[in-house]
Design a protein around this ligand. Sequence first.
Ligand code: ADP
Ligand code: NI
Length: 215
Amino acid sequence: MDDLVSKTVEFVKQKLQGAEAGHDWFHIERVWKLSIKLAEKESVNLEVIHLGALLHDIADPKFHDGNEKIGPETACSFLQSQQVEPEVIQQVVFIIRNISFKNRTETAKHKPIELQIVQDADRLDAMGAIGIARLFNFGGFKNNPIHIPEEKPRLNFCKEEYKKSKGTSINHFYEKLLLLKSMMNTPTGKEMAAIRHQYMEDFLQQFYNEWNVVV
Ligand code: ADP
Ligand code: NI
């Protein structure tokens, strides 16, 4: 398995060259390490965790004109080229298809533990100090405004609206980041999310205090 994992690392690094900084190799590496940590207390197929974490953003639809098939297809043909068992491939592809925040209403009720773990890891990386850094990097990449006081967050939006919404970076906290804590799957994920959540609340409080010249 070690050899397959190193080959996958090389494949992912090469595919993600030049990716936006919030979705680059280091995001994958963090999600991979977090996934291993979250898996410690669970009984899992570790091979599926490694491959699922490493390949989960191999072709993000956001950067491929919304095409949701490229990711699973790219992962599938890579894993086939490495003679990975069809059953493992199927589980990894299931993770890639179902991990995303924007697909949350469509995700199957029963989630395999491997999906629960990689999903928690991906969500943790969208929270806390790193989540804040990624959010503003993405907002800058899209040239979105940081904050417009009279613009309210768009909640209860459908998947299509979420994908095309521009919005402000501050509103993205309410549209996504602050919702993640209550969506965590695993006990360890929940504990880590609580700390990262509080950090974001503190950040927002300080942001508004500075905006309103309170401090
Ligand atoms: P997912 O793949 O789970 O649907 P995204 O790819 O939408 O999640 O988000 C990945 C990262 O980009 C996260 O850190 C998220 O906060 C950030 N991001 C996504 N959309 C926006 C946005 N409109 N403004 C700021 N950051 C964003
Ligand atoms: Ni990701």
